[in-house]
Design a protein around this ligand. Structure first.
Ligand SMILES: NC(=O)C1=CN([C@@H]2O[C@H](COP(=O)(O)OP(=O)(O)OC[C@H]3O[C@@H](n4cnc5c(N)ncnc54)[C@H](OP(=O)(O)O)[C@@H]3O)[C@@H](O)[C@H]2O)C=CC1
Ligand SMILES: O=C(CO)[C@H](O)[C@H](O)COP(=O)(O)O
Length: 483
């Protein structure tokens, strides 16, 4: 590559995401340069670009990368969230100048992003937090990108982001997500929804595998059929593939890989952050909470083995007609998916108001329709709903069109849950989705009793339904009554 090229964009961190996104940019005719301490990663980046018309360079010093960028400089870091991001910022500071744009494209906690924006603003550096979803393949071929922060800085990087993002109906799966740390906030909630949807899929899988006794080929076919219908989504699509993947660790092994994977899921924290922040707002996201908790329970492998011996709770077979039950599972999952999105979007609605981020929800659902892990056909319905409600929809369950869909699936999820109780299969996510729906759609909750109890033991006061004001009662205990 020539010595005096002024590059359009720089990438710090040439790992899975950084190298693939940079290759994607190069493929869209942007001149790009990437830095990684590891010289081999820079070399691998150049080698991965097979098209001679692409201008792509890997370097092993930050100085060389920064020096080679067109001004104002535009660069992104894709390094692990946390200390690495602060360390890169400190290394960059002596090299960059006012007006330069630095994007953190990793999964940083939004409060860290807020802190960094505040730190860099007086120095004239535009620091933007941007969530990226789509994994390795998405970064290479078209991810969903959720940038937030300074609008002037966004406008400078917008053409590059729009060029490399996934497209749905010709529209790029990237848009301005709002002020300050809005981009990372939206990505955090995206991941919370991702956790919840994955939990629901795992529950339906459990019912079909242990409850109905289906084999991996049958599961592959069912998920394939579902992906051709209303449930069409990335997560259902990859689940279909998973059931036919053979084990490549042992020769002549016809066992499917899925049956050799330990039932213990890891996590990097974004799901937990969603639950924690939802509690603080507060916004109810019980299906996301349950998904986080069930990953935690999955980690209690040794205790579960011991408890299984103690309780001998054997899995019982589903007693209903197999084909009818599979159709009901499809509906139940669809119902559950809607509830996952409803909880996440309601959280974004409230957070946007409380944290002053001005998150455009119609754009959020628009850019989630492609490229990201939670992309699904359903998001088209939500996009329509937000457009029709002028972005003012505190909860998508309040939209008439969505209500019609939900009502058509309600009987199925009730049947599935009732049946699951007798099989001893834990349906934490689906049950919480239905309970959320039942609580959200009832005029009268039993919370009057909780208020009475709080006033009884703590003089916390209560409001009445028949007159305005705040009341406290001198509740009469059994002991007092008896004297
Ligand atoms: N993988 C995925 O599917 C997704 C990941 N993300 C997020 O994107 C970010 C990057 O993830 P990913 O690409 O998978 O991670 P990788 O581990 O593949 O790559 C991280 C890169 O950062 C570099 N790095 C680490 N520490 C520092 C540092 N202090 N200074 C400079 N460079 C450093 C590493 O360099 P070296 O190893 O040479 O030291 C490595 O090249 C994370 O925040 C992740 O959560 C977001 C969406 C999807
Ligand atoms: O952001 C992502 C997908 O959208 C990353 O893959 C993230 O690591 C997933 O979260 P976890 O590791 O906690 O399951």
């Amino acid at each position: 590559m020539g010595q005096n090229i002024q590059y359009d964009f720089g990438m710090i961190g040439l790992g899975v995401m950084g190298s693939n996104l940079l290759l994607n940019m190069a493929g869209h005719q942007f001149a790009v340069i990437g830095f990684d301490k590891d010289v081999q990663k820079g070399q691998a980046l150049e080698a991965a670009s097979s098209d001679v018309s692409e201008v792509i360079k890997g370097v092993s010093t930050l100085e060389e990368m920064v020096r080679s960028l067109k001004k104002p400089r535009k660069m992104m870091m894709l390094v692990p969230a946390g200390k690495a991001v602060d360390s890169v910022i400190e290394s960059l500071l002596p090299l960059i100048e006012q007006g330069d744009v630095v994007i953190d494209g990793g999964n940083s906690h939004y409060t860290d992003t807020l802190r960094r924006v505040t730190y860099l603003k007086p120095k004239g550096i535009h620091f933007m937090g941007m969530g990226i979803s789509g994994g390795e393949h998405g970064a290479r071929t078209g991810p969903s990108m959720m940038p937030g922060g300074n609008m002037e800085a966004y406008n400078q990087v917008k053409p590059i982001l729009e060029a490399v993002a996934a497209k749905v109906d010709g529209e790029p799966c990237t848009a301005y997500m709002g002020k300050d740390a809005a981009g990372h906030y939206v990505k955090m909630v995206h991941n919370g929804i991702e956790y919840a949807m994955m939990q629901l899929i795992s529950e339906v899988y459990d019912l079909m595998k242990r409850g109905l006794g289906l084999n991996n080929d049958e599961l592959h076919d069912i998920f394939g059929r579902w992906n051709g219908g209303e449930l069409q989504s990335y997560l259902i699509d990859i689940t279909e593939d998973i059931f036919v993947q053979k084990d490549d660790q042992k020769e002549d092994n016809n066992v499917r890989l899925i049956d050799l994977i330990l039932d213990k899921a890891g996590s990097k924290g974004t799901g937990k952050w969603t639950s924690q922040d939802a509690m603080d707002l507060p916004v109810a996201v019980p299906t996301i909470d349950t998904a986080v908790s069930f990953r935690t329970i999955s980690g209690y492998k040794d205790e579960r083995v011991e408890a299984a011996k103690l309780y001998k709770n054997e899995i019982k077979k589903v007693s209903l007609d197999k084909d009818t039950f599979i159709n009901q599972l499809e509906d139940a999952l669809y119902f559950g998916f809607i509830i996952c999105y409803a909880q996440g979007l309601a959280m974004l609605y409230q957070a946007s108001k409380q944290l002053g981020m001005d998150i455009p929800l119609h754009d959020v659902v628009k850019i989630w329709r492609g490229g990201c892990i939670i992309r699904s056909k359903l998001l088209n319905d939500f996009y329509k709903a937000f457009k029709e409600n002028d972005n003012e929809l505190p909860n998508i369950l309040l939209d008439k069109g969505i209500a019609d869909i939900i009502k058509s699936k309600e009987d199925s999820i009730r049947t599935v849950i009732k049946e699951a109780i007798d099989t001893n299969i834990a349906l934490g996510g689906l049950t919480s989705a239905l309970a959320y729906f039942d609580a959200y759609t009832t005029e009268n909750m039993p919370t009057n009793l909780i208020q009475a109890q709080r006033d009884y033991f703590g003089a916390h006061t209560y409001q009445r339904i028949d007159m305005p004001g705040v009341f406290h009662t001198g509740w009469i205990s059994k002991e007092e009554k008896s004297v």
